[in-house]
Design a protein around this ligand. Structure first.
Ligand code: V55
Ligand code: FE
Length: 484
């Protein structure tokens, strides 16, 4: 006998957030309006969290839950949609037991005794395609490889022994110009360990560089950025205390008294050449991009002047007031003997989930794509222009929401920003979704094509576009466009 399935009545699981727990396949999405651009062929993979079974708790948070991988497959002027569970070790054990077994977010001391040695990874955060392989990622575990055609899970992988760390970021960067994979692991030797590993893998997944160093504290390191020959790694004071975790407490606590620390790591160098900078407490999940200008490294980040995750309280249990994320430039001067940095707000409207034309990752760039969130309900998909400071917006309609935009260049050598944005749209009042295709150079005009999903695409965090030719060859073949 097993217990009936019941989810707690908490906000996380009501309305749009209601668990869906469904695998779906729709061959040929209905075209509501417009036309799919000629030659747009490939796959958009996105990853999000659903709830396979209730955890038995009421303190579930939106970044937890079992991973699902979604595919929008563009081919021959049609788009197919498929979503499947990522069959992690956690998923398989819960499926067999017909109930939730894994307790509190990332807390292995709250799991059912039957799974105390099972990997916790949910593979719920992003999709990565490199050297012909597709993966679903969560930052607390190794990658899970997934079949790019069928979305069947192939298993948990360590790149044939090359990844010595126990974890792997959910914000890797695949440089489509060099076909390198740049990635990292934090708390890389287990919960609350100070170990950080940075990796560069070559186009055939061979190990090109590996740099291990110690973090200033057991931080949450969700994202990083490339700046030319440097890697920018910010440490924000959401900190793991192993004793608290062992007592069944939260995985992170907010420490306003601690500094932000930033490591500039040489892309092809060694730990002894790392440069460290620091400043007052603040936090961020996501970086738009970074680049080098002479001796200066600029990091553009959706910065919270406080705690980005108010549900992680201070050690005294105090909740911090929610603060909005503002696009902010942090500047680090390699020529300076000081270890401080400058910050400058770039945009007045709060925004999150920043992306770029990925050919410009780590290089001087002009455009960023965001979800903008005005406090008055305005907002939507925005294109930010670093040259003019302007934000061009498309709002999906009252009450409707948008997910992280994905840029696709119009041609492999198109000028920066000349291309399309793929955007899942949440038609909240209808409990279903659309996929919008926007012209990235005319976002305000609205979709050039709108495709209908008769079901919800639940919240996904991040994803990646893989062009048709890259699906076949395993390699990206793009170049920087001539300046527009
Ligand atoms: C973040 C997201 C996560 C996570 C830890 O946005 C940090 C930050 C989607 O999962 O587990
Ligand atoms: Fe993220």
């Amino acid at each position: 006998m097993v217990e009936p399935v019941r989810f707690p009545e908490i906000e996380l699981y009501t309305g749009w957030g209601e668990p869906m727990r469904t695998e779906s396949e729709i061959r040929g999405l209905e075209l509501i309006s417009g036309a799919i651009p000629d030659g747009l062929e490939g796959a958009l993979y996105r990853v999000g969290a659903d709830r396979q079974y209730a955890s038995g708790r009421t303190d579930d948070i939106f970044i937890d839950g079992e991973g699902q991988i979604h595919m929008f497959r563009f081919k021959d002027n049609q788009v197919d949609y498929v979503v499947k569970w990522v069959e992690t070790d956690r998923y398989k054990h819960q499926k067999a037991a017909r109930r939730g077994l894994f307790g509190r977010y990332r807390n292995r001391y709250t799991v059912d005794p039957s799974v105390k040695d099972v990997h916790l990874g949910t593979a719920n955060t992003t999709a990565m395609f490199h050297a012909g392989h597709l993966y679903a990622l969560k930052e607390d575990d190794l990658p899970y490889e997934v079949d790019p055609d069928t979305l069947e899970t192939l298993g948990r992988v360590d790149f044939d022994g090359l990844i010595k760390a126990e974890t792997f970021t959910a914000h890797p960067k695949v440089d489509p110009i060099t076909n390198e994979l740049l990635a990292f692991a934090y708390q890389a030797k287990g919960d609350a360990s100070l170990d950080f590993a940075f990796y560069v893998f070559g186009p055939d997944r061979q190990l090109v560089n590996e740099v291990w160093f110690k973090m200033p504290y057991a931080a949450c390191v969700h994202d990083f950025a490339i700046a030319d020959e440097w890697i920018v790694v910010p440490f924000f004071p959401l900190i793991t205390d192993l004793d608290v975790v062992k007592a069944g407490g939260p995985y992170y606590q907010w420490h306003p008294e601690e500094n932000v620390h930033v490591a500039l790591v040489p892309r092809y160098g060694k730990a002894e050449d790392i440069r460290w900078f620091k400043g007052p407490a603040g936090s961020a999940g996501h970086m738009m991009n970074a680049h080098r200008e002479g001796s200066k490294i600029h990091l553009d980040v959706c910065y919270y002047d406080g705690n980005c995750f108010p549900f992680f309280t201070t050690p005294q249990g105090e909740e911090t007031a929610p603060v909005p994320p503002f696009l902010t430039r942090m500047t680090f001067d390699l020529a300076s003997n000081e270890d401080g940095f400058e910050t400058k707000r770039l945009l007045g409207m709060p925004c999150e989930m920043p992306r770029t034309d990925d050919r410009y990752l780590g290089r001087p760039y002009r455009y960023g794509y965001v979800i903008a969130r005005g406090l008055d309900g305005s907002g939507g998909i925005g294109r930010f222009d670093h040259q003019t400071g302007a934000l061009e917006l498309w709002n999906p309609g009252p009450g409707d929401g948008v997910q992280e935009p994905q840029f696709i260049p119009r041609r492999p050598d198109a000028p920066e920003g000349d291309g399309w944005l793929l955007v899942p749209v949440s038609r909240v009042s209808q409990m279903r979704s659309d996929l919008a295709i926007l012209d990235a150079q005319n976002v305000a005009a609205g979709p050039v094509a709108l495709l209908k999903l008769p079901i919800r695409v639940r919240a996904t965090f991040h994803g990646t576009w893989v062009p048709e030719e890259t699906l076949q060859s395993g390699q990206y073949r793009v170049s920087l466009g001539a300046a527009a």
